[in-house]
Write a protein that binds this ligand. Structure first.
Ligand code: FMN
Length: 462
């Protein structure tokens, strides 16, 4: 079978993910594996139509397509997403339709599911036959079980093609909207706040819905917000995965473009951050993705702690819950507080005015209160992955994170570092679990569980 692998790693041949493909090609020599380096060559594919057409020509002749990519900041790499955008911009969807496909990623399992959700949705939009995903830990190929699982995944994928297995689409096509937002001319500005407010957007058309939403929000803050179009920032490209940042947060782009200075001086110093963008395919634009990827100069260290975050979105945002999953995961891990989202899906200008005005009000109130809501599984679970990996296998490469995690007390959440938990588990747990004690304990557990809260409630006053 002629299998095309669309390589989403900016490292090209030096990609870890492509080692998984190399392994498959070695153990299944009866198939032809053709790797196309997408993320690494995006500038060429974007600027040279012939190069892009050659990729599409290879797709046309393929029996199967594997989307092979590393996780980059809870998603696929920005350059890979740009390629996906080009498929639509250059009307090349038909070449993908009906092809059997699967996705194969490597990562440390931090939001790998959202990247696969994204690719699956793209495949459904392209009317491909999406069979399955395989999300390997970056080291799995070095283990017997990892190699066995990979082999089974591949063989089952090949069988599906031979058997013409029917595939189930997961994602409905996205609805189009022709709603035109007409904001009311009058607006009541919020009282002056000493908080630093930054609106970041990628909207070049001030007359679009999003352009008007941004303007309304800026007006509500009485012109006190710094409004920045990230398209106009000098950002050369997305992260190249060189990991120079690991030792000292020294990104290889230092001195080459303006991203890092901008991020440090404008984003990291803000109290309130409003991100505005359009839904482009199944996420925001690839420009936005590039903006998020480049944050990796801070590697895994949260740098937005306590900031108030919100989103202004144009497009079918509520139809793509994966977007919010990614944003929530990202900002919770960053230690920020998501205040809310407003999109132009409400198809009603006065209601949209009100929603934007209210969002600004809530942002100001949350900033004033220093409010950060407890994180969900996304933030709590995500941070535990980083804590364990930075303490463990990734420490050598990410020494800057290790130093920061120590300073920030992130390692203090290891249960084995808590004296009270150690004492509890060493002395109390064995006694409680003696069968006759346990029987008694089971009778009082519910009461005991609330006992610890009683004094808190007793002491509380209005
Ligand atoms: C900039 C950057 C961002 C990353 N983001 C994630 C992430 O969000 N989730 C995750 O599990 N791994 C993440 N990783 C780890 C890579 O996905 C992992 O190392 C992968 O195996 C690299 O594959 P490649 O060599 O094919 O590029 C990131 C790595 C880099 C360099």
């Amino acid at each position: 079978m002629n299998i095309i692998i669309l390589n989403g790693s900016p490292k090209g041949n030096l990609s870890v993910t492509m080692q998984y493909v190399a392994y498959l090609s070695k153990i299944r020599p009866e198939h032809q594996f053709n790797i196309i380096h997408i993320a690494q060559r995006i500038k060429l594919l974007e600027n040279d139509q012939t190069e892009f057409n050659q990729v599409i020509e290879q797709i046309n002749h393929a029996d199967a397509i594997i989307w092979g990519f590393p996780l980059y900041v809870l998603m696929v790499h920005a350059h890979y997403k740009r390629f996906i955008e080009l498929i639509w911009e250059r009307n090349a969807q038909a070449s993908f339709a009906g092809k059997y496909t699967a996705s194969l990623s490597t990562s440390i399992h931090f939001f790998d599911h959202t990247a696969h959700n994204y690719i699956h949705a793209i495949c459904d939009d392209l009317q491909m036959n999406y069979v399955d995903y395989f999300s390997a830990d970056m080291n799995d190929l070095r283990t017997d079980s990892g190699r066995q699982e990979l082999t089974s995944f591949f063989d089952l994928f090949m069988n599906s093609i031979t058997d013409h297995t029917p595939t189930q689409p997961f994602y409905q096509p996205l609805p189009a909207s022709n709603f035109i937002y007409s904001p009311a001319p009058s607006i009541v500005p919020l009282p002056e706040t000493h908080k630093k407010i930054v609106i970041l957007h990628d909207e070049d058309d001030p007359a679009s819905n999003l352009g008007k939403m941004i303007a309304r929000c800026a007006d509500r803050f009485d012109g006190k917000a710094t409004v920045v179009n990230i398209n106009k920032l000098n950002i050369k490209a997305s992260c190249i995965g060189c990991l120079k940042c690991g030792g000292n947060n020294q990104c290889s782009y230092i001195g080459k473009d303006d991203y890092i200075e901008f991020y440090k001086n404008t984003v990291m110093t803000a109290d309130i951050l409003i991100y505005a963008g359009r839904v482009v395919d199944r996420f925001l634009s690839s420009r936005w993705k590039m903006f998020f990827d480049r944050i990796f100069f801070n590697t895994h260290t949260p740098v937005l702690i306590g900031k108030q975050i919100s989103f202004l979105i144009s497009g079918p945002f509520s139809q793509v819950p994966n977007i919010m999953e990614i944003l929530r995961g990202f900002f919770e891990f960053q230690g920020a507080n998501i205040v809310g989202v407003v999109s132009d899906e409400m198809d009603n200008s006065p209601a949209l005015d009100k929603a934007i005005d209210n969002l600004a009000l809530r942002l100001a109130a949350s900033a004033k209160a220093g409010y950060v809501r407890p994180h969900t599984f996304l933030g709590v679970g995500g941070m535990k992955i980083f804590r364990d990996d930075i303490y463990g296998r990734l420490r050598t490469v990410f020494d800057a994170d290790h130093r920061a995690f120590k300073k920030m007390g992130i390692y203090r959440s290891f249960p084995q570092n808590s004296l009270s938990i150690t004492l509890l588990n060493t002395f109390i747990a064995p006694i409680v679990n003696i069968p006759f004690v346990r029987r008694k304990f089971d009778q009082i557990i519910k009461e005991e569980m609330v006992n610890g809260y009683k004094s808190v409630i007793e002491k509380a006053s209005g």
